[in-house]
Design a protein around this ligand. Structure first.
Ligand code: ADP
Length: 644
């Protein structure tokens, strides 16, 4: 298994460690665009919560002033009595209806504020989430191919979906709960103290206990959650890998082996999750006990107070109505406190997610361009490789590749698998940058011009052709976009694709790609050639463009390719040497170096590697020199060793 390290949970670790204060960055870089919505949310949340407290208070006031008529109406309010004072009517029933009116208005107004609060927080959260998602995607797309070869796709998908979604949870639910908590704690705490500070101290007694209990809980559960996240990553990687390799699994009948492996990682996830659940399900009952103790004590002290006067060390009065308010508020005070743990949890998850998101965003791009880079201007299409050396990592893959190709000429790259032929072409496309030497197109260094202009000038047809979800036509016009149907058909005809396309259920409108009609490798290649034909590039780059089509179709396509290559600079890698016989230059690569160069005829005469390869393809296996066979065996052994 090459490249994928199953034990490495965190391929972005290094980058992530450099991210300081990701939440601050999230709010400053993304949140600041939606400050208005956030402020509306906060203000509405404040009023909504305050209004939510009013009905319970009014109940207390009504008991004391309307039902028992112990105190005048305005004086029954622990705070703010002065505000209603001037409007209080005389008479028990009038005051009763006033109370009903205030309670009903509080509910109505509060509903309005709740709506506004939800609107504000959701607008904020959804917009930030959307911006973060699109920016992360843009940044990821900009990264060089080296990055994509190193990182697991699953990990990137998980950042783009899970992590981005997790932000929303905190930005919406988390912030919402946080403000509720603040208003409840400050509002209720203040009211209780205003009603009767002595009983308030009794009612608030469990609060420090709850705080200690909650923080203990958070400290215990956090490493368990980390474990859950890490094991879920393993499960995803395993599933992704197996889905991708399902054909191999079936053909090598390793289903039960793979089932066991999936069961192992799933069991790890189960165990980790169960560990977290065990802690979590103890938390709420524990909290209930603490809250219950507070309730019982408050009920006891308050009840004695109301019935028999201040108990023990307590002094002063407590009315029945205010006792009821105390009991109601104490209940509503404890639960938001309990949520504190969840808020911290959401915050920390959001923090970890932002760290992962910014870690991806901050990945340095090894293939970039200067801000004021000019566009490439292709005049003749002359391409030069000047002593180019390159390695994907430390190990050198290409050494001293040096050649020049005049505009309009065709250059063929030949050599055994792994010789570095594709790599030569990828450097021209700047999928990677050279380590030494330079590549020039019409005397402009490829590193000096904009990537866009460079890649627009090149038509690249590779051996593995990827189709996007969409119709056949959309796949052919991909990158050109504005071509009309006639031009598409013309290109498809040249690529020998028209006939099979018209045989598809809906012709050019047939959906292809993973969810659409399945096309064979050869058919996909022909679509890809049609795409290149339509693009009409200055330079054509064919990396085994016809490797998957049968010899007959290849011959037909070859005619079109010859037409296409006629007046334009063309690079071609082909296994079937007959297709590149007419190339102006043939470079024979072996082990990353050019070992022979010349035209087909010259190379045949030379009697070197090319002539032997030609011999193999012409079926003259018996006539090959022993030395050639031994070299091939050595190469084979090297390639296999490299694959392990
Ligand atoms: P060819 O096209 O001649 O078959 P390539 O250019 O594809 O050869 O590969 C040359 C060498 O570079 C091979 O040894 C291959 O294993 C290695 N190689 C190709 N792509 C990568 C990559 N993305 N990362 C690391 N090594 C690579």
């Amino acid at each position: 298994m090459s490249g994928v390290d199953w034990d490495e949970d965190d391929p972005f670790e290094e980058q992530r460690e450099e991210i300081e204060n990701p939440m601050k960055r999230l709010f400053l870089e993304y949140g600041s665009n939606y400050t208005g919505a956030a402020i509306v949310g906060v203000i509405a949340s404040f009023f909504a919560r305050i209004l939510d407290l009013l009905p319970a208070l009014m109940l207390g006031v009504a008991i004391d002033a309307v039902i028992r008529q112990d105190v005048p109406y305005a004086e029954a309010f622990p705070v703010g009595g002065g505000l209603v004072g001037p409007y209080v009517p005389d008479g028990q029933m009038a005051q009763f209806w006033l109370t009903i009116g205030i309670i009903a208005s509080a509910f109505l107004l509060s509903a309005g504020f709740h709506w506004t609060r939800n609107w504000g927080f959701n607008t904020f959260a959804q917009n930030v989430q959307h911006d973060v998602r699109t920016d992360t995607y843009d940044e990821m797309q900009r990264l060089d191919m080296g990055f994509f070869a190193d990182k697991q796709t699953g990990e990137m998908m998980s950042i783009l979906s899970n992590d981005v979604n997790r932000l929303e949870k905190f930005l919406n639910d988390g912030m919402n709960s946080l403000f509720r908590l603040l208003v409840m704690v400050v509002g209720i705490g203040g009211l209780l103290l205003a009603i009767n500070w002595q009983l308030a101290l009794v009612a608030l007694l469990p609060v420090p206990l709850i705080a200690v209990f909650t923080s203990l809980f958070i400290r215990t559960i956090q490493p368990k959650y980390a474990e859950v996240r890490s094991t879920v990553g393993k499960v995803n990687s395993r599933l992704e890998n197996n889905l991708g390799g399902i054909q191999v699994i079936k053909s090598s009948t390793t289903e039960s082996y793979e089932s066991d492996r999936v069961e192992d990682v799933s069991r790890e996830y189960f165990d980790a999750n169960w560990g977290a659940i065990r802690t979590r399900i103890k938390f709420f009952p524990g909290l209930r006990v603490l809250a219950g103790i507070g309730f019982v004590i408050t009920f006891m002290v308050g009840g004695l107070w109301v019935t028999q006067g201040p108990p023990g060390p307590f002094t002063g009065d407590l009315s029945t109505g205010m006792f009821v308010v105390f009991i109601l508020y104490t209940q509503r005070f404890i639960w938001p406190m309990a949520q504190f743990g969840q808020i911290i949890n959401m915050y920390q998850r959001a923090r970890a997610s932002s760290e992962r998101i910014f870690g991806l965003m901050d990945q340095p791009n090894r293939v970039g361009e200067e801000p004021d880079a000019p566009d490439l201007e292709v005049t003749e299409g002359r391409v030069e490789y000047d002593d180019v050396s390159f390695g994907y990592d430390a190990e050198p893959i290409l050494e001293d590749i040096d050649f020049s190709l005049e505009g309009g000429e065709t250059l063929a790259l030949v050599g055994p698998t792994g010789a570095g032929k594709s790599t030569v072409l990828k450097l021209l496309l700047r999928m990677y940058d050279v380590d030494e030497g330079e590549i020039r197109v019409d005397s402009q260094r490829v590193q000096d011009v904009t990537l866009r202009s460079l890649r627009e000038s090149l038509g690249y047809v590779s051996q593995d052709t990827f189709l996007f979800y969409g119709s056949v036509e959309e796949n052919i016009t991909y990158g050109t976009f504005d071509a009309d149907r006639e031009a598409v058909i013309e290109a498809a005809k040249m690529a020998e694709a028209h006939e099979f396309i018209t045989n598809l259920p809906e012709g050019y409108d047939t959906e292809v790609g993973e969810r659409g009609v399945k096309l064979s490798g050869g058919q996909r290649q022909r679509l890809s050639i049609a795409r290149a034909i339509l693009k009409d590039p200055d330079i054509l780059v064919l990396d085994e463009a016809t490797s998957d089509v049968d010899t007959e179709t290849e011959m037909l396509i070859q005619r079109s390719i010859d037409d296409l290559a006629e007046d334009r600079t063309t690079f071609a890698i082909a296994h079937r040497l007959s297709t590149i016989k007419d190339a102006d230059q043939v470079l024979v690569l072996e082990g990353g170096e050019i070992v022979e160069r010349g035209t087909h005829e010259e190379l045949l005469e030379n009697g070197g590697l090319y002539s032997h390869l030609w011999g193999v393809q012409a079926g003259e296996i018996d006539e090959l020199p022993q030395e050639f066979i031994e070299r091939a065996q050595r190469r084979q052994a090297r390639t296999e060793a490299g694959d392990d």
